[in-house]
Design a protein around this ligand. Structure first.
Ligand SMILES: [Fe+2]
Ligand SMILES: [Fe+2]
Length: 156
């Protein structure tokens, strides 16, 4: 796979619902954006912002997906949710590590995110059909979901 193609959502990765495909595209695009930022201390604030936005978008997307899965009777809901929880924990740990001076995070995180998202979509999001076509899918913009996913405002 060409370097750049890892950040593309190919037709074979569609979950059959535009709103979820768009969320997945946003997450992959943010990873690509992070990869495009040249390394260097002068870009530190930008890198922190992009990882922060990525974390928030993941929170919103996971909330939208989990609500749909719960209402659609996903047979492995608990395990699926656990994957989401652990991945966000990992992103937050990387964000903290970068903030503490581990510059390699900016280089490694984009590929780690793309690899995780691709594997998760293909093996988990697409594993069970039915959760993604119901009438109870929350189709509001991702920012609304991201806001709701935060139990309280965090201070960085
Ligand atoms: Fe998922
Ligand atoms: Fe997903």
């Amino acid at each position: 796979m060409a370097t750049r193609a890892i950040f593309d959502l190919s037709p074979g990765m569609s979950v059959g619902s535009g709103v979820f495909d768009d969320d997945h595209r946003v997450v992959l695009e943010l990873a690509a954006l992070l990869q495009d930022i040249r390394p260097g201390a002068e870009h530190r604030a930008l890198v922190l912002s992009v990882i922060g936005v990525l974390d928030e978008c993941l929170g919103g997307h996971f909330l939208r997906e989990e609500r749909a899965m719960r209402s659609g009777g996903h047979y492995r809901f608990a395990e699926h949710r656990q994957e989401h929880v652990q991945f966000r924990r990992r992103i937050r740990a990387d964000l903290a590590a970068y903030r503490d001076g581990l510059m390699a995070v900016a280089r490694d995180l984009p590929y780690m995110v793309a690899a995780w998202v691709r594997r998760h979509i293909l093996l988990e999001d697409r594993a069970y059909d039915g959760w993604n076509k119901g009438k109870r899918i929350d189709r509001r913009p991702l920012a609304f979901l991201a806001l709701e996913a935060e139990p309280k405002v965090r201070h960085r």
